[in-house]
Design a protein around this ligand. Sequence first.
Ligand code: ADE
Length: 309
Amino acid sequence: MNMRFDILTLFPNFFSGPLDHGILSRAISSGVVQVALHDLRDFTHDRHRTVDDRPFGGGEGMVLKPQPIFDCVESLGAIESRIESSSSKINQLNKSNTESNGSITAIAPKPTRNTSRQSIILLSAQGKPFTQATAHRLAALDRVVLICGRYEGVDERVADLLADQELSIGDYVLSGGELAATVVLDATVRLLPGVLGHADSARYESFGAPDIQPNDPADGKTPDGVPRSTHGAGGILDYPHYTRPADFRGAPIPEVLAAGDHAAIRRWRRQMALAKTLRNRPDLLARAPLTPEDRAYLATLGYPNQRSS
Ligand code: ADE
């Protein structure tokens, strides 16, 4: 069964670049994933197609109104729903909302959404960090709705009552959620079965699958018989890669890679990955599953007693 993404945005054309190239484009045309774009302005009811309004309590900027976002989600019929119990937050909102038109039942209630393998995600700088582990969790779902914020913010009732997750792609503020939605889409789709050329490609890169251990017994030979020359990344950064020419403008490739000793290549790649992680992301080492051999190598670099620069 294929996976479906619905993206709610003020700029549907923003996605024509990312969706039309490379792995995403191939995943869509092969039917592994379906991506539907929804223009929030199509869910406004005034002549000016107004999606934003001034913030209650004063302050800078404009805030995205909840109504076009709720209406758009409610129009996504395949998001199954049950009538909410009277204690539900949605119904409380519904009762107190004089503009309510009864279409609220089209939303899958938050508590049942996870069991129905759906998620409604608000992209915002205030969200929980999006990580490779999040991408793996999303890749196991059938349907994901991504809500892209704009302006100064999104009415908080979207995060409270509609979305079941609020995700941020990093500690910086973007001018909208579209780039973040693209990141989430790309990182998730490439994990779907059949999307990457090699079934194991996604396991042997930075971060790897959450359950990969450095001494993974799957390590050995690839299905086509080529000796696998690396351990699973297992929560650390990927090792350095080289291709032809062996000498580029006087810079040679590391000798070990040309010598054909696969055990030595595996050891070298693991050490380079550890060294790079220590240099660029020492925070990852504290959480990574490390073997005594890893620790012995890291000790030669002064870890954990002293951080490399
Ligand atoms: N919208 C604005 N900044 C964002 C961020 N860092 N992540 C996700 N959505 C955002």
